[in-house]
Design a binder for this molecule. Sequence first.
Ligand code: SF4
Ligand code: SF4
Length: 162
Amino acid sequence: MTAVERARERLEKVTPLESDCGRICGAACCRSLEGEETGMLLFPGEEDFYRDKPGWKILKGSAGNVVVCPGTCDRRERPLSCRLFPLLPLLREGKVRTGMDQRARAVCPLFSSGLKGISEAFRKAVRETGEILAETDEGREMLIKLTEMQDELKSLHGLFQG
Ligand code: SF4
Ligand code: SF4
């Protein structure tokens, strides 16, 4: 099994809350704005799951390849970006830490409660997923890039908040 396969498997069954959080918000993170096809960032090696898969499209994004989904999915098909949301594994001083994904601020009702509002099993699974991804050079680079992007988003938000 490759690192990305193991990472996806680690998040196959665990979810942010013990109950289905999609019921709270009508699965807000699955809805793209009309005319907007932003897609989900793919982790190294994840393209292989979606190449030639009917209804799924791989596009080049500014931060790397992204996949655009058909709007509904089976849990087993879900890209890592969706499995991790609203958390992300970040790499700080060589260690994987779990953080709230800053992109969730505007979308996810769980954002305002922070990490303490997320199930402990999910937080642990996200950290362990990060550790699996960090085993490869490409995975580590991706985590570093994500950490930088998150720090930029956080400081931008701070600027707008004054
Ligand atoms: S937006 Fe947040 S609460 Fe809603 S389905 Fe997505 S992760 Fe769950
Ligand atoms: S892949 Fe599935 S979980 Fe992710 S946005 Fe599409 S429908 Fe939602």
